[in-house]
Design a protein around this ligand. Structure first.
Ligand code: NAP
Length: 334
């Protein structure tokens, strides 16, 4: 029994900020699953900042989306037809054929998720790769040690809303976050475990960081790049570390972006600036799952998400993510 589905295609390569016309939502017929395959009804799909890079036709660490083709991305769903004994009908799975309502995939490409432990959508956020990104960055890439001061940009987002609790569990004495606007600044302190908040949209980022961390910072978890990285370099103490996770302030840039003009501080302060991809740290996933499950159960971690309804609004969810419309993980419920 083939199934009618809808899926989101990239139809034009965005220049600068993506526009709704760069995408099309098209009808599709999903074939019957073959031997060893399952048909999955996607219940939630993930929209993520790195997808913006995949919309450009450039060589990168991940292949560009094909023009005129359905995009891919994280999704969780329910097996509704199965030709694989290990994934019977009704199994909740996570996989990578997002941006569509239904998907046929090899059983080996689907990962069973435990929805008794947490709701399915948590496996795209706090229990998913974004949570693991925060963990890998602070545990391994720019390791936090007892008594240190940590600064996290993008603190109200998917990665950032997990990072403060990770830093604390590693012994950080003070965790400062930055986010856009007073409401997000309030929430990162009251709900996500930050000691102090910077509203970067209020201006004077360097001054706000100096006030929030008067003795300087030891670790900077960089989700934003640009002026945030510049301010952090000023504030970092000798032997400070930077986990270079992302640079969302630059993803829509149409011209080459200059580097921070104070990069030479890295020499005198003997700083370590280290870029990373979460995919290189998947060995930490079981350890992170235990860590996150414990903190979720005692309320220190939250399954925080901004939810947009329906495939028709998936593009708007992605565009909103780039503009800061989300707190916690940006998700689309199908
Ligand atoms: P997210 O933080 O949930 O969403 C993106 C946020 O970026 C928005 O909510 C917005 O928050 C902020 N933003 C947008 N434009 C900005 C600007 N010009 N300056 C400052 N902030 C801006 O997304 P996420 O999934 O957690 O990803 C966060 C970062 O981590 C991204 O850079 C992403 O590429 C990176 N990442 C890297 C890896 C890796 O393996 N290296 C894995 C996952 C994610 P405000 O309202 O606060 O502006």
């Amino acid at each position: 029994m083939s199934v009618a589905s809808r899926e989101v295609h990239l139809v034009a390569r965005p220049v600068g900020e993506p526009k709704p016309e760069d995408f099309a939502i098209l009808d599709a017929t999903v074939p019957d699953p073959g031997p060893g395959q399952v048909l999955v009804r996607n219940d939630w799909i993930s929209v993520d900042p790195y997808m913006r890079g995949r919309m450009n036709d450039v060589k990168s660490y991940v292949a560009p989306f094909g023009l005129g083709e359905v995009m891919t991305g994280g999704a969780v769903g329910t097996v509704i037809e199965s030709n694989a004994d290990e994934l019977p009908k009704g199994t909740a799975v996570r996989h990578f054929l997002g941006w569509r309502e239904h998907a046929v995939l090899d059983a080996s490409a689907a990962e069973v998720i435990d929805t008794d432990l947490a709701p399915a959508e948590a496996y795209l956020g706090v229990l998913g790769l974004t949570g693991l990104t925060a963990y890998a960055g602070l545990k391994r890439v720019a390791p936090v040690t007892e008594g240190e001061t940590v600064f996290v940009s993008g603190a109200a987002g998917a990665v950032g809303s997990v990072a403060a609790q990770v830093a604390r569990s590693l012994g950080a004495a003070r965790v400062v976050g930055s986010a856009g606007g007073p409401e997000k600044a309030r929430r990162i302190v009251e709900e996500f475990g930050y000691d102090a908040a910077i509203d970067y949209k209020a201006g004077d980022l360097a001054g706000q960081l100096a006030a929030a961390a008067p003795g300087g910072i030891d670790v900077y978890f960089d989700n934003v790049g640009g002026d945030h990285l510049r301010a952090a370099l000023d504030s970092l103490r000798v032997h400070g570390r930077v986990a270079m996770c992302g640079a969302i302030s630059q993803y829509n840039a149409t011209e080459p972006v200059p580097g921070p003009d104070n990069l030479f501080l890295a020499v005198g302060k003997r700083l370590t600036l280290r870029g990373f991809l979460v995919g290189d740290h998947l060995d930490l996933a079981p350890e992170y799952a235990r860590f996150a499950a414990a903190l979720l159960s005692d309320g220190r971690l939250r399954n925080e998400a901004t939810v947009v309804e329906g495939i028709d609004n998936a593009v708007e969810a992605f565009l909103g993510l780039l503009r800061g419309a989300n707190t916690g993980k940006m998700l689309v419920r199908l």
